[in-house]
Design a protein around this ligand. Structure first.
Ligand code: AMP
Length: 399
């Protein structure tokens, strides 16, 4: 077992899952990482990987975050040398509202602010808080740090983050665009600046995070100025199961004319739409690519719509950021799907983006690099490392 500490324990608590990892903030070295799934069910399971070995176990029925955290601590107890080098716990927190433009050392006031934001992220923030409370009990001596998905987008100007609704909705209820996937956009945009050999503050970038959730960010002179996700992570691009943009009157039409309940509509837009809804097959891009190749028209349509929406956003953001230094692809699809990247970039030829198909085909499985022809504006595929960003930011608060 490597002992290149200090290390940070990074926790990403979802509504029914916990991702955990021990990460060296200076290098990104990850000697241990794991995943708890299916909390609150009879089939909870825990898998982790350490020293190249994968280990699986089950959880007690209906285990909650606290019980799962106890198991994680038991695992860490088997790796005393690593555990002894932990200097902080970094928590991914989905929604920081307007309270947090950067990461924060967790104290009671920070917990209250996260709690206040929970009504805007009802699935995520309460889970994040459960993780924080459990980790405080398990590691009372370590600083606990909250790293927010929304913080990167607190630089958006009002003209970009406001909806054209009565201003009082913003003032009284915080109705505005917040943006999500901030740690990923932060990581890949900084990495792009390095790859371009340019000061970050001078870079005009567009980063597309394409995974099961998808978002795109416009970054001008090193500041986020727009993004596709909004008040919630539902707005914007076509995603795995989320609709992204649509006519805002559709929910009331579905409720009043088609007889759906508000809960039905919410579930359809979040869980039954996007690639899955259009294809009727799957939210998995790999499967859709395979089916489209076999001639499945709905799979092809889903991919066409996915790419078309993305092309529209890239065009809009090229207008916003000024002279573009690079277009970045990241996330499971952005990092691995040569098909999607090629299909998108080939529709941007007239804007100066030309893909190199050979480079594009090679770029997958965690590799990062340029996928454009020499005369093109740079197009980069970059493997995102959100957990590493959380570790780096948390290390700033370690004693
Ligand atoms: P993420 O949420 O970032 O883990 O990304 C999940 C998405 O990445 C799913 O739609 C996967 O199908 C997609 N993905 C992963 N590997 C590939 C690949 N080799 N080709 C196309 N899509 C991929």
């Amino acid at each position: 077992m490597s002992t290149n500490g200090p290390y940070i324990l990074v926790l990403n608590c979802g509504s029914s899952s916990i991702k955990f990892a021990i990460i060296a903030p200076s290098t990104g070295e990850t000697p241990l990482k794991g995943l708890v799934e299916n909390l609150f069910t009879a089939s909870g399971r825990l898998t982790y990987e350490a020293q190249g070995e994968k280990i699986k176990s089950t959880l007690p029925a209906k285990a909650d975050h606290t019980q799962a955290l106890q198991l994680i601590v038991e695992i860490l107890n088997q790796f005393k040398q690593l555990k002894g080098q932990l200097v902080a716990v970094g928590h991914r927190v989905v929604h920081g509202g307007e309270f947090f433009a950067e990461s924060a050392l967790i104290n009671e006031a920070v917990i209250q602010a996260i709690h206040k934001t929970s009504n805007m992220a009802p699935l995520h923030n309460p889970a994040n808080l459960a993780g924080i409370r459990s980790a405080q009990l398990a590691f009372p001596l370590l600083p606990q740090v909250a790293v927010f998905d929304t913080a990167f987008f607190q630089t958006l100007p009002k003209e970009a983050f406001l909806y054209a609704l009565p201003y009082s909705l913003y003032e009284a209820h915080g109705v505005r665009k917040y943006g999500f996937h901030g740690t990923s956009h932060y990581f890949v945009s900084h990495k792009a600046a390095q790859m371009l050999n340019k000061e970050y503050e001078e870079c005009n970038l567009i980063s597309a995070h394409l995974g099961n959730g998808c978002s795109i960010a416009a970054i001008k002179h090193g500041r986020a100025v727009d993004t596709s996700m909004g008040f919630t992570p539902l707005e914007g691009l076509v995603m795995g199961t989320r609709s992204g943009d649509m006519d805002p009157s559709l929910p009331s039409y579905m409720i009043e004319q088609l007889g759906y309940s508000a809960a039905d509509v919410n579930s359809i837009l979040n869980k039954e739409s996007g690639l899955k809804g259009i294809s009727g097959l799957s939210n998995d891009c790999r499967e859709l690519e395979a089916q489209a190749k076999l001639g499945n028209e709905q799979a092809q349509l889903a991919l066409d719509m996915f790419c078309y929406r993305l092309v529209k956003y890239i065009g809009a953001y090229m207008a916003v950021v000024g002279t573009l230094d690079a277009l970045i692809f990241t996330g499971g699809i952005g990092e691995n799907s040569a098909y999607v990247r090629s299909k998108v970039v080939s529709q941007l030829y007239h804007l100066g983006l030309v893909i190199d198909e050979a480079l594009n085909d090679e770029m997958r499985f965690g590799r990062s690099g340029g996928i454009h022809q020499p005369a093109s504006l740079p197009v980069l595929a970059i493997a995102t490392k959100e957990e590493w960003v959380i570790a780096q930011d948390s290390a700033r608060f370690a004693k």
